[in-house]
Design a binder for this molecule. Structure first.
Ligand code: ATP
Length: 481
């Protein structure tokens, strides 16, 4: 791949090293040692990529880069800096720099970053802008999130294994998606598998696929997630819940880059990027003998820890408004929120993190009385949530009560024995429970874990209720592309 690169650095030795290495990799590269020289080069011709140092003799390379991205948003920029402070990284991120490389950096890493940046900038600039917006749906400007963005930005130009940790609902899956969507594998599949959502005995077959006749009921050869994700990204959610035998097998794949299907003799190359996530303390699991230490180190190549929402309260207002906007885009009433209401949100404990905030905002969008949400409404909503009871009935209680009475009259006519044979209570509860569970399952694409979380019940409780009510729930949601 060739490309016209412009390197701006006042250190002649660094210029020489970079120029030599990038020319060897097949790139054309021009150099400048100051902002003034850079301006001259920019006037001569627009480069395909700018690589700049931060501290230059006649000014700040990052400030200039920020101005450049305003006037030329399609120009990819790589920032090199010896000032390894977080603020430089954050500024580089704000500028939208494709990659931030702290000095001293690895020349291979620079070459990979250049390739990734050029690859990404190929194509229609307009399409890219929308792509970039859609690709990073992560909201929040707190320092903790900036650090997360900085790591994500550095992960898009390589295939390193990433371990995302954080409490439930902090956005781990969103981060995995962002890494995939921004990286060079973005046109290939993103396949997710949640270890906690499928029966333990099926995990290996789900991951590696199985041959016909590998076990009872295996009537045809089935490709596993590794094969489905080929060329793309495999997201292993709730990795802490992976059974030991599957851990051993996964470790072997990570070591050898190959796997065999269950019951199969063929080996298949595993061209996938692995992103794992967990809300469990894996160190503790390792100590308790429940998680293989060697696998932990294989997965924890690049750790990303997502902060709990209560530890980044400055993001709450932004997130709340974002979720209200999203609700309005989906056709729910458009609501605004007043400052006192926002303060209350900021003081809340948020045990369910961003997911909980999202649910609260959606409920308010549906149920709120006025266009402007006030503190009283928020207090009522949060108070009800904490008690674990229904927030406020969607339908006035009277209608549900009427429905119950009408159904009892119907039973009296059609099946009077039910009124006295002891089965009435279960029957009536099932009348409410079935549509409730079915509707919520449909909303969550049949994903049982998310449905249980949304309902506020344990996943096993949900499973039992599904069995009892005879509701069939598929597993469509485990696979996403
Ligand atoms: N920073 C964020 N900006 C916007 N939305 C967010 C953010 N973080 C999380 N969300 C939203 O909150 C919900 C939960 O996020 P996600 O599923 O990624 O969390 P998680 O950490 O993977 O949760 P779990 O551990 O329970 O699977 C999603 O609907 C997601 O879109």
């Amino acid at each position: 791949m060739s490309g016209d690169l412009l390197l701006v650095d006042d250190d002649a030795a660094i210029r020489t090293v970079i120029v030599t290495s990038l020319r060897r990799a097949g790139f054309d590269i021009r150099v400048a040692s100051s902002l003034a020289e850079m301006e001259r080069e920019l006037k001569r011709a627009r480069p395909d990529l700018l690589i700049t140092d931060v501290v230059l003799p006649d000014g700040d390379g990052l400030d200039r880069a920020a101005a450049l991205t305003e006037s030329d948003p399609g120009l990819p920029i790589i920032v090199l800096s010896a000032k390894n402070t977080l603020s430089t990284a954050v500024r580089a991120n704000e500028v939208g720099a494709f990659e931030y490389l702290p000095k001293p950096f690895d020349l291979d890493a620079l070459t990979a970053a250049v390739r990734g940046a050029l690859d990404r900038s190929v194509g229609d600039a307009e399409e890219q802008e929308t792509f970039a917006e859609d690709a990073v749906p992560l909201i929040g400007r707190s320092p903790a999130m900036q650090e997360v963005y900085r790591i994500i930005a550095r992960m898009v130009s390589n295939d390193l294994t990433v371990l995302v940790t954080g409490e439930s609902g902090t956005g781990k899956e969103l981060v995995a998606h962002a890494i995939h969507d921004l990286g060079h594998r973005r046109r290939e599949p993103f396949i997710a598998l949640n270890m906690a959502a499928i029966p333990r005995e099926l995990i290996e077959a789900e991951l590696f696929g199985h041959e016909r006749g590998a076990f009872t009921g295996a009537q045809a050869r089935v490709a596993g997630k590794f094969e489905q994700a080929s060329g793309g990204t495999l997201f292993l959610d709730e990795i802490g819940d992976m059974p030991m035998e599957a851990q051993t097998r996964l470790l072997r794949v990570l070591q050898s880059g190959e796997f065999t299907t269950v019951g199969g003799a063929r080996t298949i190359r595993a061209d996938v990027r692995i992103i794992a996530a967990t809300n469990k303390d894996l160190h503790q699991r390792v100590e308790a003998g429940q998680f293989r230490e060697d696998l932990f180190y294989r997965l924890n190549v690049v750790p990303i820890n997502l902060p709990a929402l209560r530890d980044r309260r400055q993001d709450i207002a932004l997130l709340a408004r974002h979720f209200l906007d999203r609700a309005a885009e989906e056709g729910l009433p458009r609501k605004r929120i007043d400052p006192a209401a926002l303060s209350l949100l900021e003081e809340h404990g948020w045990p369910g993190n961003v997911r909980e905030l999202q649910n609260v905002m959606r409920r308010i969008a549906v149920l709120g009385r006025d266009d402007v949400i006030d503190a009283e409404e928020i207090a009522a909503m949060l108070g009800a949530g904490e008690g674990g009871s229904a927030v406020e009935p969607l339908l006035p209680t009277k209608n549900i009560a009427d429905a119950v009475r009408a159904h009892l009259r119907h039973i009296e006519r059609e099946n009077p024995a039910l009124l006295s044979n002891g089965g009435l209570y279960d029957h009536m509860i099932a009348q409410v429970e079935r549509p409730l569970i079915e509707t919520m399952l449909a909303r969550h694409d049949d994903n049982q874990l998310r449905t249980a979380q949304a309902l506020g019940i344990n996943r096993n409780t949900l499973r039992k209720r599904l069995d009892l009510l005879g509701i069939e729930a598929g597993k469509r949601a485990e696979t996403k592309d």
